[in-house]
Design a protein around this ligand. Structure first.
Ligand SMILES: [Zn+2]
Length: 140
């Protein structure tokens, strides 16, 4: 399957669900397996759809669960989702933290990475807001 085809399939289904104001569980149950199936068919431009739907909390969470890296100062952080839990690993130190299956826990680990990178690697401590599931969330 061509890459552009995979993106257009995903985008059409996502747009249709959004247009119909589909419930979160329906979006999750349709788009989660669709992402898996398209990636099995070599969908290597999925990052474009991730960016396109970055403002949709359910879709942002689905893409975050594929795992991703966050740049640091000469190192990188790796966020993964497995066995219903988030984990954050440092390319130099290994496991830094973990969290339960909520978007808030994912975003807490993104912020924890900025702190870890600052304190142990001399990074600037800035949070990469592009990878947060919910950048608008109020942090206590
Ligand atoms: Zn580290």
């Amino acid at each position: 399957m061509g890459r552009a085809d995979a993106s257009s399939i995903f985008d059409r289904v996502a747009d249709a669900l959004i247009a119909e104001n589909a419930a979160d569980t329906l979006k999750r149950n349709v788009l989660g397996p669709l992402i898996d199936a398209l990636r099995d068919a070599d969908w290597d431009t999925w990052g474009e759809s991730r960016e396109r739907y970055a403002n949709d909390l359910v879709i942002a969470e689905l893409f975050a669960k594929l795992g991703h890296e966050i740049d640091g100062n000469g190192v990188y952080g790796e966020i993964d989702f497995a066995d219903s839990a988030w984990s954050l690993r440092c390319s130099r130190h290994g496991l830094v933290g973990g969290g339960t299956d909520t978007p808030g826990e994912h975003d807490r680990l993104v912020r924890l990475w900025a702190q870890h990178d600052h304190e142990l690697h001399g990074g600037d401590g800035a949070v990469d807001t592009d990878v947060l599931i919910d950048p608008q969330a109020v942090i206590d």
